[in-house]
Ligand binder design. Structure first.
Ligand SMILES: Nc1ncnc2c1ncn2[C@@H]1O[C@H](COP(=O)(O)OP(=O)(O)O)[C@@H](O)[C@H]1O
Ligand SMILES: CC(=O)N[C@@H](CCC(=O)OP(=O)(O)O)C(=O)O
Length: 293
């Protein structure tokens, strides 16, 4: 095949996917290494912009755990994680909100906009978008009833009011959401960003949920990539202990999304340039996907 024919074939390979995703919403959790490395930051912003220009509606939910950790350290506030979640007292909550909403959110908005996109930053408080309640965490114990642990102002999503998201999309803006929620009394909650991404994906009827992380995807016990799992197989992998640490809540978020009607949830390596485009518009895809069946 000539160089020209190869280039045309490469573009045509994307056509069925462009057709499939045209007019659809895709929720992307942005975090980890992809947020720190300059080349990866640029590739992320360009991928998002390309999606928008071919008629896909991206919604970004971001993390910022390491950035919160750095600021807490600078302020001399110690931070502890339990079950992968940050114990969040009132002083920590202030720092979490300042860092996520004031700093990280605006950096991402700025990144997308300086690369030619049109992004608007929001926290879950804007438009009363993310309704939350205190997370009651029960931890199983061997010979005793489950221990209820108090994580302070850590929340879970109760509901998502999508009206502000649809208004922004209708005006051609890309919503960028910080994972902070609020209850009826206006109390602020720190929520894990993967959980917010999953809840937003279900609420907006997203076609896909993409979680960017710092590993190639879900790895089996031999360290090999599991490229595709059904909902049933993912539950089995959790039960068999194939997955540990930070990957457990990630898979649970994918399961909730797929169970809630999202066609596919993906765990992708944010260290790979253009990973979003590679997943969405090439035949083999990349990373791990969880499907309903
Ligand atoms: N089976 C597995 N496959 C892939 N990663 C796994 C697996 N089991 C545990 N992990 C761990 O989960 C981590 C990803 O979770 P986490 O650190 O919370 O990600 P992030 O900070 O991107 O949200 C990986 O870096 C890896 O150490
Ligand atoms: C309750 C809880 O742990 N909230 C997270 C929110 C940010 C987050 O989820 O960031 P990553 O995706 O980068 O980990 C935190 O305080 O770190």
């Amino acid at each position: 095949m000539s160089q020209e024919a190869l280039r045309a074939a490469f573009l045509l390979e994307a056509l069925p996917y462009i057709r499939e995703f045209y007019g659809q919403t895709i929720v992307i959790k942005y975090g980890g290494h992809a947020m720190k490395d300059e080349a990866l930051r640029k590739s992320f912003a360009l991928n998002i912009q390309l999606l928008r220009y071919i008629g896909v509606n991206p919604v970004i939910v971001h993390g910022g755990g390491p950035q919160i950790g750095n600021m807490l350290k600078q302020l001399g506030i110690t931070s502890e994680f339990r079950q992968g979640l940050r114990v969040t007292d009132d002083a920590t909550m202030d720092v979490v909100e300042m860092v996520l909403v004031g700093k990280v959110n605006k950096e991402i908005v700025n990144l997308i906009n300086t690369q030619g996109g049109r992004a608007v930053g929001l926290s879950g408080k804007d438009g009363r978008m993310i309704w939350a309640q205190k997370l009651e965490m029960a931890v199983e114990r061997a010979d005793a009833p489950p221990e209820i642990i108090d994580l302070g102002n850590v929340g879970e999503v109760v509901a998502v009011d999508t009206s502000v998201i649809s208004s922004l999309q209708a005006a051609n803006f890309i919503p960028v959401i910080a994972p902070v929620g609020v209850d009826e009394e206006g109390h602020t909650y720190n929520i894990n960003a993967d959980s917010v991404a999953s809840a937003v994906a279900v609420a907006v009827g997203a076609k896909k949920l993409i979680l960017l992380t710092d590993v190639p995807g879900v790895l089996d016990k031999k360290g090999e990539l599991i490229s595709s799992m059904t909902l049933h197989q993912a539950v089995h992998a959790l039960e068999q202990g194939v997955v540990t640490g930070g990957m457990i809540p990630k898979i649970k978020c994918c399961l909730e999304a797929v169970d809630g009607g999202v066609s596919k949830a993906h765990i992708l390596d944010g260290r790979v340039e253009n990973v979003i485009l590679l997943e969405m518009f090439t035949q083999g895809g990349i990373g791990s996907e969880i499907t309903s069946k």
